[in-house]
Design a protein around this ligand. Structure first.
Ligand SMILES: NC(=O)C1=CN([C@@H]2O[C@H](COP(=O)(O)OP(=O)(O)OC[C@H]3O[C@@H](n4cnc5c(N)ncnc54)[C@H](OP(=O)(O)O)[C@@H]3O)[C@@H](O)[C@H]2O)C=CC1
Ligand SMILES: O=CC(=O)O
Length: 292
């Protein structure tokens, strides 16, 4: 496959691009904080000096950025994607954003004659390192077909969901469920502990029953030790809850559970936990002062 551009080398972008390099892809990378490119360069990547420079050089460019503001800035600002996108070039945004952001980007790229695909992912740092993401793509089918060799390296399964917006919406629904589950899990761990049970035994019981899942299994042991090394930063999970609630507003779907979960993530952010893993929401319950 031809050289691919990659914009955004945070937790996910770095893991995904390293994985592509390991599998023989040639990459030109850019990150706002340039020093984050160094490790990729050591593994064979080339640096592009701006998003525009990367687009100019590469037929296909992937982005993995924090939020709607970042996704829009990289496309619309000076030296951004729009300056060089055009006929024969494809832009694939894998960031988690809302459908409106994605549509704005898609329309602007179409006006320049380029192709666009949104492709947010389910799966965190480890699945990204291992090429085990679930890819939720929507937009131009021809671009999806062209980029499939890269998706096959980054993911264990890719879905094509139709028109732009469907990938963003699917991702927000999934993360809304995940964020709500994480809060219920945190409350359960604290309830077990405060009522005299061993949280580790609770984890063993959960893992054998109908609500066993990889998230409880992976995060539970570190949560019981109040350890939250960031795989999925809490500030991004709160962003996803906020965007999912807005989707609920648009569609008049009552979501009291998600709204409460969003409040807990906001509380965690106010406690300075935004850069830790989203499982740190546990601290909002664990560290609350209760009298018995
Ligand atoms: N971590 C995870 O488990 C998962 C994350 N996601 C989603 O993937 C996306 C990336 O997540 P993750 O890698 O964890 O996040 P990080 O916070 O680790 O990385 C964010 C990236 O966005 C860049 N960025 C932020 N603001 C701007 C801006 N204004 N202009 C240009 N670049 C900017 C950062 O650059 P800089 O280095 O300069 O700060 C960095 O490269 C998010 O949308 C997240 O919700 C999806 C699935 C799993
Ligand atoms: O967006 C986060 C994830 O784990 O998926």
């Amino acid at each position: 496959m031809e050289e691919i551009g990659f914009l955004g080398l945070g937790i996910m972008g770095k893991a995904m691009s390293m994985n592509l390099l390991r599998h023989g892809f040639k990459l030109t990378v850019w990150n706002r904080t340039l020093s984050r490119c160094d490790e990729l360069v050591e593994h064979g990547a080339t640096i592009g000096e701006s998003p525009a420079a990367v687009i100019k050089k590469c037929k296909y460019t992937i982005a993995m950025l924090s939020d709607p503001a970042a996704a829009l800035s990289v496309v619309f600002d000076k030296d951004g994607v729009l300056e060089q996108i055009g006929a024969g070039k494809g832009y694939i945004d894998m960031s988690t954003v809302d459908a409106e952001t994605s549509s704005k980007i898609s329309e602007a790229i179409a006006l320049k004659g380029g192709s666009f695909l949104e492709a947010p992912v389910s799966g965190s740092k480890k699945p990204a390192e291992d090429g085990q993401l679930v890819i939720l793509a929507a937009g131009e089918r021809a671009l999806y077909d062209a980029i499939i060799p890269a998706f096959d390296i980054m993911g264990k399964k890719s879905f094509f969901l139709g028109q732009v917006g469907n990938g963003a919406r699917m991702k927000l629904v999934v993360n809304m469920i995940m964020g709500s589950m994480m809060n219920a899990f945190s409350e359960g761990l604290v309830l077990a502990d405060k009522s005299g049970l061993d949280p580790q035994t609770l984890l063993d019981v959960l893992d054998l029953g109908a609500i066993a899942n990889p998230m409880f299994k992976m995060k539970g042991p570190s949560m019981t030790k109040s350890s939250y090394p960031p795989a999925f930063p809490l500030k991004h999970q709160q962003k996803d809850m906020r965007l999912a609630l807005a989707l609920g507003d648009e569609n008049a779907v009552p979501m009291p559970v998600a709204a409460a979960a969003n409040e807990a993530f906001k509380k965690a952010r106010s406690m300075g936990l935004g850069d830790l893993d989203f499982s740190a929401v546990h601290e909002t319950v664990a560290s609350s002062k209760g009298s018995t």
